[in-house]
Design a protein around this ligand. Structure first.
Ligand SMILES: *[C@@H]1O[C@H](CO)[C@@H](O)[C@H](O)[C@H]1NC(C)=O
Length: 426
């Protein structure tokens, strides 16, 4: 790893990096040797029904509202504006940034939709997020945190997930959508070009699907977006998501020798979105987490696990979409035949109210993931807080002692150094 990197950096220096050697080193976060330890601020500027079910409760039994697009369409601009302004001003406050820093975290990844940055008048979405995002950057600066801005929703939807803003079809590469996405990135960079001490990284696009998108065009977009960011904000690292492909398969693309620099590959690791995964026992989850370290280590560029969770089930209410059940207890509508356990106290509830066995399993699983995901550039947990999904609530899990403090301490050391199961009773 070390030798490879030295050689590769050397190659980059002889081509492009030399044009900007000082600026390349000016990033106030050193992604080479400081581990990223972060949380996502999910559900703040891009709604997800399962993170804030209270906003969606009136459509719990129907009405076709399943994402921010249909939410704003159903409410109309004026009503949506007032409810969302209330949400933006209360869901995350400066107190959260202080507590995030107090837990030893150093990054927050903040999802934002194109509709905040480059709105299309034909959309139902409302604006007004950016003054709150400005606050977030000021609060991060006050707390000594770094910010990774993340374009989570692109026009046409890059993945069809509710968390892209619009559930359903993948139409991102149709019409002017890609060009409008690049404009959204440009507007984001322009706004925060003077905040490079805090905004140390910008993610061009969250989770573009490798199905329903032409990967050649995804890669072209990554080059164009890299140019937009680095031309305007020369110290800012550029984050590219792996499109759900093996991180190692990106070796050679935008690597140290490729003529671009300061690129971070982002991979997301969940073990809950298939029958096979929810069927796994707690120790299999641990072993699977440990095994992922190989894929993260053997990459030729900085690599983070930009989303992961304490959840070993898909039990959290509406996690699979508003109105949909879980694979874990056999209530997921499509192709669901299994039953692996009850979602009791995991469907909705609090961290304090979780069953003791679930708390124990979660604590082992989180530590194994920390071990594995620190094997390269670091990690960002999904998510800082939720209204009712306990397994996903970094703040309360940490307060409850289920995530280690300090983050480098271990109650269950060396889980990834053995194939034995260390969880009692398993
Ligand atoms: C998180 O903790 C707060 C404060 O104790 C509590 O009000 C809230 O219900 C908790 N939420 C979860 C999901 O644990």
């Amino acid at each position: 790893m070390f030798c490879f990197k030295v050689v590769a950096v050397f190659a980059a220096c002889s081509s492009v990096a030399i044009a900007n050697p000082v600026k390349e080193r000016a990033n106030t976060w050193n992604y080479d040797n400081q581990k990223v330890r972060g949380v996502n601020l999910g559900g703040w500027f891009v709604l997800e029904p399962w993170i804030t079910p209270s906003l969606f409760e009136q459509w719990a039994n129907g009405g076709g509202v399943v994402d921010e697009y249909t939410y704003t369409a159903a409410l109309g601009k004026q009503n949506a504006q007032s409810r969302l302004t209330q949400h933006w001003s209360t869901f995350i406050t400066e107190g959260d940034f202080k507590e995030i820093a107090s837990f030893g975290l150093n990054h927050v990844r903040i999802p934002v939709g194109y509709w905040a940055l480059n709105p299309n008048p034909a959309d139902p979405y409302v604006q007004g997020q950016l003054p709150f995002l400005d606050n977030a950057i000021r609060w991060a600066r006050n707390a000594g945190l770094r910010v990774m801005l993340d374009l989570h929703g692109a026009p046409g939807s890059q993945n069809g997930f509710d968390n892209s803003g619009k559930y359903g079809a993948i139409n991102w590469q149709s019409g002017d959508n890609v060009a409008n996405t690049l404009t959204a990135i440009q507007n984001l960079v322009n706004r925060y070009r003077n905040d490079q001490d805090v905004v140390t990284a910008i993610e061009l696009l969250n989770e573009p699907a490798n199905w329903g998108n032409d990967m050649g065009l995804v890669k072209k977009f990554y080059y164009d977006g890299w140019g937009n960011v680095r031309t305007t904000s020369s110290n800012t690292a550029v984050v590219i998501h792996d499109a759900f492909l093996d991180p190692q398969s990106w070796n050679g693309f935008m690597g140290y020798g490729s003529g671009v620099n300061d690129v971070i590959l982002d991979t997301h690791i969940y073990q809950i979105f298939s029958q096979g995964e929810v069927a796994m026992k707690p120790c299999q989850h641990v072993q699977t987490a440990c095994a992922s370290a190989g894929r993260i280590q053997n990459t030729d560029k900085w690599t983070i696990v930009g989303e992961w969770t304490g959840a070993q089930t898909d039990c959290a209410r509406w996690l699979n979409g508003l109105g949909k059940g879980a694979r874990y207890d056999g209530t997921f509508p499509q192709g669901s035949s299994g039953y692996y356990g009850s979602c009791q106290n995991k469907y909705t509830g609090t961290v304090d109210g979780m069953l003791q066995v679930d708390k124990t399993n979660l604590a082992y699983y989180v530590e194994a993931q920390l071990d594995a995901y620190e094997s390269h550039s670091g990690w960002v947990f999904w998510t800082w807080k939720t209204e009712t999904a306990p397994e996903w609530h970094f703040q309360n899990l940490t307060r409850a002692g289920l995530i280690p403090q300090p983050l480098t301490s271990r109650r269950f050391p060396s889980q990834c150094a053995t194939s034995a199961c260390l969880i009692p009773g398993n």
